[in-house]
Design a binder for this molecule. Structure first.
Ligand code: ATP
Length: 712
């Protein structure tokens, strides 16, 4: 089980607003969710509620107990989405899928046929041994029929398997595609919601279940066909048994026999504890299980290796993992032995064995009849065993199918999550581009991170004309990066307003707005990829253009080290920063060949920063880009390199005639750089306390002046 600190149900635009975010109600009126979606989401969430524990939910992927409440919820989910999903998947290959179902049912009755045909051969052999009236022609006919039956079975199996893999692969592609497409749409505030995270996690489990039966022990929608197949198999074995024991006189004995054969199965089912103990975990135990996993990851994950070695964390990790593991082992053991139920007791004293004799009653009756033969006796025994085995499989499969309805519900609910920052269709406005950069006006912006008590932004107000340069300065934790994220529409704000080129930023589609900005984040991304890709991703349309990437690399000052690398832009970078392999190894005289997967190169902090700046420069001079925002872009660069970068930014933000065409905002701790800006915003404790030119702020003699004097 997991504990959500505040169960929030704002799945995108569907739900009620977060209590600590008064402005979030703004999206409520926009689009009423289809009732089936709302009902689907509520049912999925309700299936995870742990009874009598407010705010506690089952861990994502945990088994839902089969009880009346969950059966009702499963039915609701089934009605809301399963039919549509199966229809969509069926539509990918209607003929092949129909064929798959038919073949599945046909293949399910093969074992019964097999048993019957083999019994007939045994009977013929028995006739050969016991009496003289043996017919070679009949025996050969049976043998040839058996060979044909087997050949046909193999041919059908081969065709069915290849047909099934085509259907499954397309279905897997379909759901994976949907899932990735949806995932890429979701913004950070949406993904911060714990309910959405759990929903996506269960949805992911569902998608992975398409890897086949062996993957996670889950069922994909097509595997519901398994249930049909097992029912047919069971029916075929029962028919064989009926035909063997024949006549209503033996019916009672047959029923008795089947019940006694199935009795151990029932005992096992009733007496056993669930195979997945997650659903029994208390919050504390769930935390311990999570801690155990985290420590295990710490031991295995190479990216932590340097610190693990340096700080000598090995023994601590091992000890802590062992403690967590022991706690979990103790829990698993006690949960298995704590309650000895009657079925468990009966199971343990093996009552079922005592009933074994009952299975043979029809055999005795058959012996008395003239129809008894060696083949029919062997067929009887194998059919009884097949009934038990198939029935057991059917129970397991039905249980898995029951669980998979909830995962399917999570998938369908996840596909309907609306990104929180995306405006409603009727509110959305197109971005009004200005030729001289981006005009911006913030009024009383406030923002508190989810789960935080203290606001990161409080009443932030400023205005910036198109083409102006703004430096944001202030101490650590004063809210500079948070303000940058709000301006970049990575996160929303709770109160206040922000207009861009005169339009409320909330009415702009984030994807559309992002086409008009470029940035270097404080914690920029480092990709385990080539330099070309690391830079080119700044403007994917030009990723393949050698000249565009080279130009950006030059503007970012990264050419100084890229040019001397043996593979230049094709050099594969190692983002972890320590696992560097020398270029000379495996390459010989031709660095283009050898073992490419081991050719990766580490970079210094400053070099990585130049790569990130180059990435931002990939699109910085595009005419549609009106805002360049840099969050401490040169923190790892030396003074000379830093000045060069700011000169480049200055050049890019002007047209050839010298007219400003871009607005520039940069966050910096170097006040000597800040003074280059047209305006400076001094941030303290989440708010802008001073705003003006360097000269104005120095004259004022406030916090900025004090900081400036201290820094120079
Ligand atoms: N993801 C987050 N969740 C909760 N609180 C956060 C998060 N990110 C930042 N904060 C908090 O918000 C406040 C402002 O952080 P922010 O990163 O904006 O500061 P900053 O001025 O950029 O600092 P620095 O100069 O160190 O980069 C800090 O108190 C910080 O602890």
């Amino acid at each position: 089980m997991c504990h959500h600190p505040k169960p929030q149900r704002r799945l995108g635009r569907w739900s009620s607003s977060h209590p600590s975010h008064p402005n979030r109600h703004r999206s409520q009126h926009k689009l009423a969710p289809p009732p089936s979606c709302r009902c689907l989401l509520q049912s999925w969430l309700a299936s995870r509620v742990v009874p009598r524990r407010r705010g506690t939910y089952l861990m994502p992927g945990a088994q839902r107990p089969i009880n009346e409440k969950n059966i009702r919820l499963a039915l609701t989910i089934f009605r809301a989405c399963v039919f549509d999903l199966v229809k969509a998947l069926w539509g990918l290959h209607p003929v092949r899928t129909s064929l798959m179902v038919v073949l599945h049912i046909i293949r399910a009755i093969f074992p019964a046929f097999r048993g019957y045909s083999q019994a007939m051969i045994v009977d013929e052999l028995q006739t050969l041994v016991s009496s003289g009236c043996f017919s070679w022609s009949r025996f050969l006919r049976l043998l040839v029929a058996e060979i044909f039956r087997r050949a046909a079975e193999t041919a059908i199996d081969t065709f069915a398997t290849s047909n099934e893999s085509i259907v499954q692969e397309s279905a897997k592609f379909y759901v994976e595609y949907q899932q990735i497409a949806q995932r890429l749409c979701l913004d950070i505030p949406t993904l911060a919601d714990p309910v959405i995270r759990d929903c996506l996690q269960e949805s992911d489990l569902f998608v992975r279940s398409f890897n086949g039966m062996g993957s996670f022990g889950l069922l994909s929608p097509f595997d519901f066909i398994q249930v049909l197949g097992l029912i047919s198999e069971l029916a075929s074995h029962l028919l064989v048994l009926l035909s063997l024991t024949g006549g209503s006189t033996n019916m009672g004995a047959l029923l008795l026999s089947i019940i006694s054969a199935l009795f151990p199965l029932f005992m096992n089912r009733c007496g056993s504890t669930p195979s997945v103990p997650d659903s029994n975990y208390t919050t504390e135990e769930a935390r311990t299980a999570e801690r155990q996993e985290r420590l295990r990851n710490l031991a295995y994950n190479d990216s932590h290796r340097p610190e693990v070695l340096l700080f000598g964390l090995g023994p601590w990790i091992l000890q802590s993992w062992a403690n967590a593991r022991r706690t979990m082992m103790y829990h698993d053991r006690t949960s298995q032995t704590s309650q000895l139920t009657l079925p468990q007791l009966l199971n343990q004293i093996n009552v079922s064995d005592l009933l074994f004799a009952l299975q043979n009653v029809p055999l005795l009756l058959m012996f008395q009849s003239s129809s008894a033969s060696l083949g029919s006796l062997a067929l009887y025994r194998s059919s009884i065993q097949a009934v038990v085995f198939t029935f057991g499989n059917l129970l397991t499969t039905a249980r898995m199918a029951f669980q998979s309805i909830f995962l399917m519900g999570a998938f369908c609910a996840a596909m309907n999550i609306h990104p929180e920052l995306e405006p409603a269709d009727e509110d959305v406005m197109s971005f009004p581009r200005l030729p001289c950069g981006m005009k911006m006006e913030a009024r009383n912006l406030s923002y508190t991170y989810p789960g935080s008590k203290e606001a990161a932004l409080k009443d932030v107000s400023f205005s910036l004309d198109a083409g102006e340069t703004l430096a944001v300065v202030g101490c650590n934790g004063s809210g500079k990066s948070t303000l940058a994220k709000v301006i970049l529409r990575i996160i929303d704000f709770d109160q206040g307003g922000l207009t861009v080129n005169g339009v409320d930023i909330r009415r702009l589609s984030p994807a559309e707005y992002h086409r008009h900005v470029t940035t270097v984040f404080q914690g920029f991304s480092k990709y385990n990829s080539t330099i070309r890709e690391n830079v080119g991703l700044g403007y994917v349309q030009k990723l393949q253009s050698q000249s565009a990437v080279s130009r950006a690399v030059h503007l970012g000052g990264a050419d100084s080290f890229v040019d001397i690398l043996p593979n230049g832009l094709r050099t594969k970078l190692d983002a972890s920063g320590y696992d560097t392999m020398p270029y000379t190894s495996n390459c010989g005289s031709n660095p283009g060949y050898g073992a490419p997967s081991r050719q990766h190169h580490g970079l210094s902090g400053g070099e990585w920063q130049r790569i990130a700046i180059s990435r931002a420069f990939m699109r910085a001079d595009r005419p549609e880009v009106g805002l360049l925002l840099f969050d401490e872009p040169t923190s790892s660069l030396d003074g000379h390199a830093q000045n060069k970068i700011f000169d480049t930014i200055e050049d890019i933000s002007r047209s050839p005639s010298g007219k400003r065409t871009k607005t520039v905002i940069f966050i910096t701790h170097r006040l000597s750089t800040a003074r280059r800006a047209d305006k400076i915003a001094m941030m303290e404790q989440g708010t802008i306390t001073e705003f003006g030119t360097h000269e104005e702020l120095m004259e004022r003699g406030g916090s900025y002046a004090a900081l400036y004097k201290a820094s120079v």
